[in-house]
Design a protein around this ligand. Structure first.
Ligand code: ATP
Ligand code: MG
Length: 446
């Protein structure tokens, strides 16, 4: 048989390996419990949607729809489908399809993979995960501020202190139209300074030029007419309302007049949480209000606001925060020699799990079950607090040897089979030496 060539993951799509899984779990648990504490409910929508949904929701002249979508024809029936590039369109579709707002506004959250055909680089992948929230049916600045504050709580709980909030208002469609005319005039008067991409966007989506990262255009962009100066009373009052609540709750922010969103449906409040610790891809969360979206979908006018966090970037940031605890794989590792002992180990392992402890039972590899010594090495590597050892002598006496793996100088005990569960529970949860059971993410072993 000839050796097969290795098949690798699709470019720009990552595996999340066990070493990182505890960080993902910590993020997800934190995020979900915070969202719950603010009254948000979970919603799950399909990863595939009709292409038209995104074309309509996100806007035809955006980066996403122009060049980043994974779209294909379903070979079975010719349907045009797209792997979702973001979460809002699907959530809003579901809200309308199931009339979720019939009895009043809804606070929702979602998480899952998103797909964009971008150039892979640090913090930018073709499959990436977002955690997001949408509040549908709320019109005032209060919900905008609430969303921002729940993000702050997230960073606090995750220990991420080097993130800052940028805030802006992009007004409504009419205000943007008047600003747009002046903006185009400003850029046309300086046409030689524009790069090719900016020239291309000049008449399709000039607001996006403000987003440029091209250093040669920074001065031009800094001197451009500011959308904030075009806002009228209602938009200004909304923006002031958001700021008032944030100020009152000691939320620090900077107003960034150049902050716009890459997606068409946003209006009024836009915000980003950014960090300097991740290089060019420093935005870990982006959000804003999208009052026009639901009507664009054929629903009756219903305001909305939401945010999406890039989980990979947040995990990166969590890692950069210094040493991370290595989690224990289990509480107990079962070591056994001989068939009868293995049978006993299976039964005992089940009973220990019944008591709520995590047990890894030693199993055979291609070279066999392994010597006692090699099994003890595995027990050590597992991070278990205890090894439970059953050999021929133990079988003869109906006892197990229970060996503490983490505490220096702690005694090995000989425990009758029937007492092993109580003994372990007492040792592990009953103040028997500081093992912090039940909070695995924070357990460390060295
Ligand atoms: P960027 O300016 O970085 O391209 P964006 O405006 O396209 O971001 P949004 O569509 O607002 O991003 O998505 C919200 C968040 O999702 C971003 O702030 C970022 O944290 C994350 N994100 C977006 N695209 C990617 C990607 N290709 N890979 C990893 N994370 C991403
Ligand atoms: Mg993008």
């Amino acid at each position: 048989m000839s050796k097969q060539e290795k098949i690798l993951a699709v470019k720009g799509m990552n595996d999340i390996l066990p070493a990182d899984a505890p960080l993902w779990e910590l993020f997800e648990n934190t995020a979900e419990s915070i969202l719950k504490s603010y009254g948000y409910q979970k919603i799950v929508t399909p990863i595939l949607e009709e292409t038209g949904l995104f074309a309509r929701a996100i806007g035809a002249v955006t980066d996403i729809v122009e060049k980043e979508m994974y779209s294909f024809t379903d070979s079975m029936n010719g349907d045009l489908l797209t792997l979702r590039p973001e979460g809002t369109a699907g959530v809003v579709r579901a809200v309308l399809e199931h009339n979720l707002v019939y009895d009043g506004p809804k606070r929702l959250w979602y998480k899952g993979p998103m797909f964009r055909h971008e150039r892979p680089q640090r913090g930018r992948y073709r499959q990436f995960f977002q955690f997001g929230a949408e509040a549908v049916g709320f019109a005032g600045p209060d919900i905008d501020a609430e969303m921002i504050m729940l993000c702050r709580r997230m960073w606090d709980d995750l220990g991420l202190d080097e993130v800052r909030l940028e805030l802006n208002s992009i007004g409504n469609a009419e205000e943007r139209l008047r600003h747009r005319a002046d903006l185009i005039a400003h850029f046309e008067a300086n046409i030689d300074t524009l790069d090719a991409e900016a020239k291309r966007r000049l008449h399709t989506n000039p607001l996006r030029i403000l987003d440029t990262k091209n250093p040669a255009m920074q001065e031009l962009v800094n001197n451009a007419p500011k959308l904030l100066d075009y806002l009228e009373a209602e938009s200004l009052a909304h923006f002031e309302g958001v700021k008032r609540i944030l100020d009152h709750n000691n939320v620090q922010y900077t107003v960034n007049p150049r902050l716009v969103r890459g997606i068409d449906y946003y209006n009024r409040t836009v915000f980003e949480w950014v960090t300097d610790k991740l290089g060019a891809q420093g935005t870990i969360c982006a959000g804003g209000r999208y009052d026009p979206l639901i009507e664009m979908f054929g629903g009756k006018a219903t305001p909305g606001v939401g945010f999406a966090m890039g989980i990979e970037r947040i995990i990166e940031l969590m890692k950069s925060g210094g040493e991370m605890a290595t989690p224990n794989q289990c509480d107990v590792y079962m070591v056994h020699q001989g068939e009868a002992a293995q049978m006993q180990a299976f039964v005992l392992a089940e009973r220990i799990r019944d008591a709520g402890l995590d047990v890894v039972l030693h199993c055979a590899t291609p070279t066999g079950a392994g010597s006692f010594k090699s099994q003890m090495k595995k027990a050590d590597g597992s991070g278990a607090a205890f090894a439970v050892i059953i050999g021929e002598d133990e079988m003869a006496n109906a006892t197990a040897a229970v060996k503490p793996m983490r505490e220096m100088g702690a005694e090995q005990a000989v425990v009758p089979f029937d007492d092993v569960v109580d003994y372990l529970v007492d040792q592990i949860t009953g103040g028997g030496g500081g093992h912090d059971h039940g909070d695995h993410t924070h357990c460390t072993h060295h």
